[in-house]
Design a protein around this ligand. Structure first.
Ligand code: FEO
Length: 169
């Protein structure tokens, strides 16, 4: 059973996950337009991951007998300075999402809502992985610097990423 406050906060998180998907889809479009198909692939897989996160929250709210309420999605940026700029923005955004998940866990604990706390632990772990991936790619982009060959090598590696649907809890 979800409190009204918890339902509202989960609905807000659902909106943030869909915005994340929208943001990464925009980065994918920009990458593809710039000729970096590997980056385009990586961000499109990220888009799919974010939609899966959104659906996990959707299903949870629904399964608890509450109403999913969809809100307007903000327009994401469409122009970026470089691949480095996109990953800096990606990491910053994921840090924002991590804080949001942590706030949700705090709320679940304060309400003694053990079920939602357990549900949210999957997201806590997922955020460690997401920030880790972003940090790793960011480091390599910084190493490559202005070297076009280095960038193309990273682009080739990012082409290999495939979407794996998250496992159920
Ligand atoms: Fe669903 Fe990237 O956080």
């Amino acid at each position: 059973m979800l409190s009204e406050k918890m339902t509202d906060t989960l609905n807000n998180q659902l909106n943030k996950e869909i915005y994340s998907a929208y943001l990464y889809m925009s980065m994918s479009a920009y990458s593809s337009y710039s000729g970096l198909k590997g980056f385009a692939n990586w961000f499109m897989v990220q888009y799919q991951e974010e939609m899966a996160h959104a659906m996990k929250i959707y299903d949870y709210i629904d399964s608890q007998g509450q109403q999913v309420k969809l809100m307007a999605i903000d327009q994401p940026p469409t122009e970026f300075e470089s691949s480095l700029d996109m990953f800096e923005k990606t990491l910053k955004h994921e840090q924002f999402v991590t804080k949001s998940i942590n706030d949700l866990v705090d709320l679940a604990i304060s309400e003694k809502d053990h079920a939602t706390n357990i549900f949210l632990q999957w997201f806590v772990t997922e955020q460690i992985e997401e920030e880790g991936n972003d940090n790793e790619i960011l480091s390599r982009l910084k190493l490559a610097g202005e070297d076009g060959n280095g960038l193309l090598m990273i682009d080739k590696e990012l082409l290999a990423r495939v979407f794996t649907p998250p496992q159920n809890l």
